[in-house]
Design a protein around this ligand. Structure first.
Ligand code: CO
Length: 503
């Protein structure tokens, strides 16, 4: 009896996933291949399919089936495949049905208008022109949080959309610890007289050679091209649109090597996670990624902890010299390694290095809480932004375009999203330290071009469980400890102390 109901729930979820994957294929096409004039009809297609998906997610029949399953043996172990399916679908259903349709539509409309207004406002460096829309977005996000409900603060409900089960209190504690250790480390690096020669990376790196080299590196770390692709786009992303169909994208800059290479490793890291999810569970929670933070931990690990490591380049520097003879002949591996690990306080988050990046996120996380929980007035936001850049990074934006207006997120009603980037870095360091203990020494393996021991460890511990455990349980299960900023700060100190001759 309950098995038959469970089968219906699974079939319902798999059909919804199919609808979703068709939408993703359209979205991927829009961002890679679509002719510009097709945009209007494509928007109609995507809106239509998205509303069908939303209807299915909130289908009362699904709610009735989930009620039926609540007290059955199938739900008894919440971490079994069946138990996790019921738990997570229940969670999703409750959340989506609590938000009134009117509010969903209003937020969708405002996020479209908001992004349009933001593009203009940023171009004209005119925060005042954007602020009425931002004010409405903040108000509606508070309404959304009230509708969904929360235990401690309004922000909890918004954070939960991107990092399910995580709390503002826990993230604040971890990020405050990180900030206190990171601000002095970044200041010490900024004051160091030792600087890399960045010119090395700005020579001519022919694009076909970059594509070949990046593809070979993505293959070497474990991305499978028989069930994935790499294409060109404006803003690189990864799309896991089907059980055997994962699309990576990048952009090439002939005169800046890191731009495509590290974005390929980053997106390949996301793609390796998608490819590591169990295909037979596709569309069901045990076959879905756990959270944005966990997803980002995989991309950051391959991009930074592996791809920007000294031993990775012990293996890859000779092939790089052979691929880019004009740029790299006569360049030492040490100089190249230092250049790709340049750290300096800067204004723009998306261009930040792996050390200062987290400070950009902490600033946004603190400001979002001030807006949502503490009623910071929109008019006071630019000053609050600039003050935090002075305090944490020692620099000040010359204008709002490169300050408070630089990111698209708030204009798209994505409030609560930013902390997942920092969580990704934190998870990544904690997993990486554990992988080193379990299957290390990783650096010796990387130097020999061996990435399979790390890959297999990630497959088993992080990828194949999907959503069977909440992220905090996964961290504790895999590393034996709750989330902490110590592994990340330890990793950064160990890496940058010798590079910058820090005392
Ligand atoms: Co990413």
């Amino acid at each position: 009896m309950s098995q038959a109901t469970f089968d219906k729930v699974c079939e319902h979820a798999r059909e919804t996933a199919m609808l979703r994957s068709v939408t993703e294929l359209l979205e991927w096409d829009e961002r890679t291949k679509m002719p510009p004039a097709a945009g209007e009809y494509r928007a109609e297609q995507i809106t239509y399919l998205s509303s069908k998906t939303h209807q299915r997610h909130t289908d009362p029949q699904l709610g009735a089936w989930l009620n039926e399953l609540a007290e059955t043996d199938l739900a008894a172990d919440p971490n079994s495949d069946a138990g996790a399916t019921i738990r997570q679908m229940r969670r999703e259903y409750d959340k989506l049905t609590k938000v009134p349709q009117r509010l969903v539509e209003e937020l969708t409309r405002l996020s479209v208008l908001g992004q349009q207004a933001w593009v203009e406002a940023r171009k004209n460096d005119d925060f005042a022109a954007f602020s009425p829309l931002l004010e409405k977005i903040v108000k509606l996000k508070r309404e959304q949080a009230d509708a969904v409900g929360y235990e401690e603060c309004c922000y909890d409900a918004l954070l939960d959309d991107y990092e399910p089960g995580e709390t503002t209190k826990n993230v604040t504690a971890v990020l405050e610890g990180l900030r206190k250790d990171l601000v002095p480390l970044v200041a010490a690096i900024a004051e160091s007289s030792k600087k890399p020669d960045m010119e090395i990376l700005k020579r001519t790196y022919p694009i076909p050679a970059q594509e070949e080299f990046g593809t070979q590196a993505a293959k070497a770390i474990g991305f499978e091209f028989n069930r994935g692709r790499l294409d060109v786009t404006h803003h690189p992303f990864c799309c896991g649109m089907g059980p055997n169909d994962t699309r990576l994208t990048t952009r090439y800059d002939e005169n800046f090597f890191p731009s495509s290479f590290f974005s390929i490793l980053h997106e390949a890291g996301h793609g390796i996670y998608d490819q590591g999810l169990r295909t037979e569970q596709f569309g069901l929670p045990p076959g879905m990624y756990l959270s944005l933070g966990i997803h980002e931990s995989q991309s950051r690990m391959w991009e930074n902890m592996v791809g920007r490591s000294e031993t990775f380049w012990q293996h890859f520097f000779s092939p790089a010299q052979a691929t880019f003879p004009d740029a790299l002949t006569g360049v030492s591996r040490d100089d190249f390694y230092f250049a790709i690990n340049d750290v300096r306080p800067s204004l723009i988050r998306v261009e930040a290095d792996e050390a200062t990046y987290n400070l950009h996120i902490i600033i946004r996380f603190e400001l979002e809480q001030a807006l949502i929980n503490d009623g910071l007035a929109i008019a006071d936001l630019p000053d609050a932004w600039n003050q935090k850049y002075r305090d944490y990074l020692g620099i000040e934006p010359p204008n709002d375009a490169d300050g408070v207006l630089q990111d698209v997120h708030w204009s798209a009603a994505l409030i609560g999203y930013f902390p997942t980037y920092a969580l990704g870095n934190l998870y990544s360091a904690q997993f990486f330290a554990q992988a080193g203990q379990d299957v290390g020494p990783l650096d010796e393996q990387f130097a020999r071009g061996q990435f399979t021991p790390l890959l297999d460890w990630l497959r088993e511990k992080i990828h194949s469980p999907g959503q069977r455990y909440p992220a905090n349980d996964l961290i504790a299960n895999v590393t034996g400890k709750p989330l902490s900023h110590q592994p990340l700060i330890g990793y950064l100190r160990a890496k940058y102390t010798p590079l910058y001759n820090l005392g």
